[in-house]
Design a protein around this ligand. Structure first.
Ligand code: GLN
Length: 498
């Protein structure tokens, strides 16, 4: 029983079906680990063990009565960006330190309907702005592989909780890399689906045209299991799209059954020199190149493609994302939600002080930059111009996909850096250089672990797919994972028994 948290989602499902353990026992195992070890990691903002215990009990009863939902009784946890009815929903901010949501995000109710058990709400960069989880009002999260390092961000709590063995899978959100980059830093697999695949209803908005929810787990198959209940059209999100509904786990099983000893025969992997440009750490590059070699050994063909210069992509993202954020975050005014300053003298004082005291420095920086870019007189020079460049970025991806099936790159230019390095904002933004183009184009992409640095920190390979091809991406990672064991390496904290 001491190793339950090292099992894959598939093994957990089989174990529950075969009555090797109950959901109550499994849930208790994770709760015990969280209580014993999360003081070292700080991955949870809110722990919902009490309701989880009751749900697990109910799940066991339903299973005994013949309920066949595969995920019934399997634990998970949510990034604190998703509204959860009756449960504190902070988005990592003082602004929402007292916000108990009156409703569930669509993905929260969908995952609930699938029978999964939520163990709580996970730490994150404030309003999902950041790449190291250091901007959270609830404190920094520690990387379970090395506690002196960051877990990545903004879904840093989600990544750390899975990597520490506190939950098998967790939800995340990705506006410019926030699922993929922490997955890379914590040795996990994480997928950002095509824009529109998953409802954004009840996911607190950062940059609405870029935000997309997705799943994180140790393996591609773990991600497939959690992603399945998340997807689909939602009338409450006008940007969610009606499209044919794949069965991700079935697709992976089919891909596995069809695979010979060269599972990637016929697969063209595009590699762009722009993704191996300045700032890429030498050890990360070596590890990525070795993974590409492995893909080749397994039958894939590497082809050269071109994508937009990442410096241009970076500038475009850091114009558009703050512009949308400045608009989205105007709803937090001290009147309707969350934090309100003490003794305001008048309405303007109420707005000003509530926002100045409620938002942290990174969020304020983005609001200021975004408001500037949207202001009369600057709008065309900044916002409109960035939108035009965005169209060209989409075109460059379209051209690249004319010659390949998936594009591979490092997920991030470095492995997890040290906590409290106090990076200046521009340096931190550079860490997003390989992930943000995908969001500007609305494409699906994942990160998968492909090795460790000499310091023992994980390195992630990013795979970018064409629109709607999450199955292809997951299968490309899954078949790789059938022939390698990087995803089976465990962090220092995961190896601790309690
Ligand atoms: N690090 C990027 C940013 O700070 C991406 C964040 C995200 O995807 N939510 O904007």
């Amino acid at each position: 029983m001491s190793e339950l948290h090292l099992l894959s989602t598939q093994q957990l499902i089989t174990g529950l079906q075969d009555k090797q353990f109950s959901s109550a026992e499994l849930t208790e195992h994770y709760i015990k680990r969280i209580n014993a070890l999360d003081s070292k990691i700080n991955s949870f903002i809110t722990n919902t063990s009490e309701t989880a215990r009751a749900q697990a009990q109910a799940a066991d009863e339903m299973r005994a009565q013949g309920d066949k939902r595969p995920l019934l009784g399997v634990p998970m946890a949510h990034k604190d960006i998703f509204c959860t009815q009756g449960v504190l929903t902070t988005c990592g901010s003082k602004m929402l330190h007292n916000f108990v949501s009156p409703y569930d995000a669509t993905i929260v109710s969908n995952i609930d309907k699938a029978g999964m058990i939520s163990l709580g709400k996970l730490n994150m960069d404030e309003f999902a702005m950041g790449s190291d989880n250091e901007s959270s009002y609830y404190g920094a999260v520690h990387n379970p592989w090395n506690l002196n390092h960051v877990p990545g961000g903004s879904s840093g709590g989600s990544a750390a909780a899975v990597a520490a063995g506190f939950v098998p899978v967790a939800t995340g959100s990705d506006t410019g890399g926030s699922i993929r980059q922490p997955a890379s830093f914590c040795g996990l697999t994480g997928i950002k689906p095509t824009y529109g695949r998953v409802s954004r209803f009840g996911m607190i908005a950062y940059a609405s045209s870029l935000d997309q929810a997705g799943s994180m787990g140790r393996s591609a198959k773990d991600c497939a299991y959690l992603l399945q209940p998340m997807i689909g059209h939602d009338p409450r999100d006008a940007t969610s799209i009606k499209y044919d509904m794949p069965d991700y786990v079935q697709d992976l099983n089919d891909a596995e059954a069809a695979a010979g000893d060269k599972p990637f025969a016929g697969l063209r992997i595009g590699v762009a020199k722009e993704y191996f440009s300045k700032g890429l750490d030498a050890e990360v590059e070596t590890t990525i190149r070795a993974a590409l070699k492995k893909y080749e050994e397994l039958g894939a063909t590497i082809v050269e493609v071109n994508i937009t210069d990442p410096d241009i992509t970076l500038a475009t993202y850091y114009m558009l994302a703050p512009a949308e954020a400045s608009s989205n975050l105007s709803r937090f005014d001290g009147v309707r939600f969350g934090y309100r300053c003490e003794n305001p003298t008048d309405l303007i004082d109420l707005y000003t002080r509530s926002r100045s005291e409620g938002f942290g420095p990174e969020v304020q920086r983005r609001i200021l930059t975004g408001t500037y870019a949207l202001s009369a007189g600057y709008f065309d020079a900044y916002y409109t111009k960035a939108q035009k460049i965005r169209r060209l970025i989409v075109k460059d991806f379209e051209d690249a996909f004319a010659n390949c099936d998936v594009i591979a790159s490092p997920t991030a230019p470095t492995a997890a850096y040290k906590l409290a390095e106090d990076l200046d904002p521009a340096t931190m933004y550079l860490g997003d250089v390989y992930t943000i183009g995908v969001n500007l184009a609305g494409l699906p992409a994942l990160s998968q672990p492909v090795g460790l640095t000499s310091e023992g920190l994980p390195v992630g390979l990013q795979l970018i797919g064409q629109y709607w091809q999450e199955s292809k991406l997951l299968a490309t990672a899954h078949l790789f994972q059938q022939h390698t064991d990087h995803h089976l390496q465990h962090s220092t904290i995961a190896k601790e028994t309690v």
